[in-house]
Design a protein around this ligand. Structure first.
Ligand code: MN
Length: 253
């Protein structure tokens, strides 16, 4: 066998990382979908969403209510598709395939830049702003997936599973270290926590995620939910609030 066929002698070209500009392509087989986006508080510009990352079990009381151990060493991540975002004020159809749709109120971090292997000390300079969102969850499917060791996609990554408020730019409020995170359903308080109680803070989440994925402008990160997760039913309306930063309203129909 010739030497140059050995795997270690194959000369790989540079990894192509530049995204292909959609405006350079005019012969798609069909019209491409619109780029999902989120409103920006006080601006006509919108934040184009690239990916949605989520961290699980990031508040000790919530890990306990789910019957999980509190792990301060190994964050667990999952993703939602970018087009799962839902705008503030939306009426969200009750999703199919579940009889136990749950709310998880979370602070959402939006990035305007990224990279790989980002140090915690450098992480916040990549943050564009903050929002409040719901990590809607088909809890019954998640329980089955956990029991069988199956993936969480059908429990977490379904259509319209990520309502997100308008983003508040860090230029207006810096990077919050504390602040109440609350959810009311039909006017009753369901979840109440404080972002200072997160097990992994925003710099640590960005650091850990960037070891696994190349983060980039347009990425959203759901930072985990405090305790009090519970069911949403058809006809419920919700109000989520991240103190001093954002509010999100919506209804399940
Ligand atoms: Mn969550």
């Amino acid at each position: 066998m010739a030497d140059d066929t050995r795997a270690d002698s194959i000369k790989a070209g540079p990894i192509k990382t530049d995204p292909i500009g959609a405006d350079q392509i005019r012969n798609y087989a069909f019209a491409p979908h619109a780029i999902p986006s989120v409103a920006i508080d006080g601006s006509d510009a919108r934040f184009p969403v690239h990916r949605i990352y989520c961290i699980g079990r990031n508040y000790a009381e919530h890990a306990r209510e789910m019957g999980s151990a509190v792990d301060r060493t190994n964050p667990i991540f999952f993703c939602k598709p970018a087009d799962a975002v839902v705008a503030d004020g939306a009426r969200i159809p009750y999703p199919p395939g579940t009889a136990d749709l749950h709310h998880e109120v979370e602070m959402v971090v939006a990035l305007h830049s990224g990279g790989s292997n980002i140090a915690a000390g450098d992480a916040l300079k990549h943050v564009f702003g903050y929002a409040v969102g719901l990590d809607l969850t088909r809890r019954d499917l998640q329980a089955k997936a956990k029991e069988k060791g199956n993936p969480w996609d059908t429990a977490k990554a379904f259509d319209r599973s990520a309502p997100v408020s308008a983003l508040r730019s860090t230029r207006k409020m810096g990077n919050p270290l504390r602040g109440k995170l609350e959810l009311e359903v039909n006017g009753q308080l369901r979840q109440q926590g404080d972002i200072s109680d997160m097990i992994f803070g925003v710099p640590q989440i960005i650091q850990a995620l960037s070891k696994l994925f190349e983060l980039t402008a347009g990425d959203l990160i759901f930072t985990g939910t405090p305790s009090g997760v519970a069911a949403l039913a058809r006809g419920d309306w919700f109000k989520a609030r991240l103190e001093g930063i954002a509010e999100l309203h919506g209804a399940i129909v």
